[in-house]
Design a binder for this molecule. Structure first.
Ligand SMILES: Cc1ncc(COP(=O)(O)O)c(C=O)c1O
Length: 365
């Protein structure tokens, strides 16, 4: 089977993890925790990074840090993995679904304003599959209506918007190091910000708001969370981050090779990269249009029959039982793209021959 997206481990992972085991620093305090946060903020050129146990926790932490809670509305796309929507729910806030653009698959910046009400507290752009949302418009609306912007950049590590790393444009950005992400720690996440106050507060909240008194007793001023990542995983993360540029280069080359072979296939829409964007091409994704000889689901079946793992786009969250009653805009593009999209194999270890094999099936050769 050619897998959809598996981790790549060719660097110092074992060396750093072994060092944690050898020195007994395996738990939530240790030099790799600090090092991972420092290296990550350096890489993104932002002020502060706070490591978490997964990307969902990072998003929840972002919401809590900004004081978003009961009854507050957060505008979010429906074409996303469910995680950011669930995180909104965890804090008692209410998701409001915004439609997406057909070209980039991400939140349509021109359909946000009509959803803003008195209750709106934040906009949560999700840079799905690696392409950025048009952030100028998002930030302009945030300023106009006094809203927070939390970027879900979990799928977009290394992507850029007008030369700035995604995740660092809004008030807070969130990343995931789940096994299928560009870099992995097995499970993990990171909250980033250019506002030191938010960064400090996020760290405090994520570590059970623990304050150590003079007599060494633990004292907690408010309700906190145990969202910490153990040193063992942070060590793994440091080793992965050392290879991020190499991974990004390979992902881009692979996307360009897919584009070259598939460019003239009738009925297949290829992914775009807007002139103001740098797409990390986390998952290379196509749309199967009506004039393609078979349906999207038939093509996925054909790929799987040929031992190629392919996946349909995310099912729209607004159409799932927990969120059916939520307020939303017109969801026509979301529904269309969700019914036409396929993620193709995108691992860093994917070979040119494997890309050719995938394309052969799509071209019906
Ligand atoms: C768009 C999106 N948001 C959030 C997450 C949550 O990350 P995690 O699985 O690390 O909790 C993921 C991925 O898993 C995701 O794809």
């Amino acid at each position: 089977m050619i897998p959809l997206c598996i981790p790549e481990m060719g660097g110092n992972e074992w060396k750093y993890v072994k060092e944690c085991i050898d020195t007994n620093w395996v738990s939530s305090v240790g030099s790799y925790v600090n090092l991972f946060e420092d290296r990550f903020s350096e890489y993104l050129k932002c002020e502060k990074a706070v490591v978490t146990m997964n990307g969902t926790a990072a998003i929840q932490l972002a919401l809590v840090t900004l004081g978003i809670g009961n009854g507050d509305e957060v505008i979010v796309p429906s074409m996303t993995f469910i995680s950011p929507v669930n995180a909104i729910k965890y804090v008692g806030a209410v998701p409001v679904f915004c439609d997406i653009r057909k070209d980039t698959f991400v939140m349509d910046e021109n359909k946000i304003e009509e959803l803003i009400t008195e209750k709106t507290k934040a906009i949560m752009p999700v840079h799905i599959y690696g392409h950025p949302v048009y952030m100028d418009k998002v930030m302009e609306l945030a300023k106009k209506y006094n809203l927070y912007v939390i970027e879900d950049a979990t799928e977009a590590l290394g992507s850029e918007y007008k030369g700035q790393m995604l995740g660092t444009i809004g008030h807070i950005g969130c990343f995931s190091f789940n096994g299928n992400k560009l870099i992995t720690t097995g499970a993990g996440g990171m909250l980033v910000t250019n506002n030191n106050e938010y960064g400090e507060r996020a760290k405090y909240l994520s570590t059970q708001t623990k304050t150590i008194l003079e007599n060494k007793a633990f004292y907690h001023e408010e309700v906190g969370y145990n969202f910490r990542m153990p040193n063992l995983l942070a060590a793994f993360g440091v080793a992965q981050l050392e290879q991020v540029e190499k991974y990004l280069k390979i992902k881009r080359e692979n996307a360009e090779y897919y584009n070259e072979i598939l460019k003239d296939v009738k009925g297949i829409t290829l992914p775009v990269e807007m002139p103001w964007a740098k797409n990390c091409f986390w998952l290379y994704s196509i749309l199967v249009e009506e004039d393609y000889p078979i349906s999207r689901d038939e093509l996925i079946k054909k790929l799987i029959d040929n031992k190629i793992e392919a996946r349909p786009f995310f099912y729209p969250v607004h159409d799932m039982p927990p969120y059916k009653e939520c307020r939303k805009g017109n969801m026509d593009i979301t529904n269309e793209v969700a019914s036409k999209g396929i993620n193709l194999p995108s691992s860093v270890s994917l070979t040119k021959e494997q890309i050719e094999e995938v394309c052969k099936v799509i071209k019906g050769e």
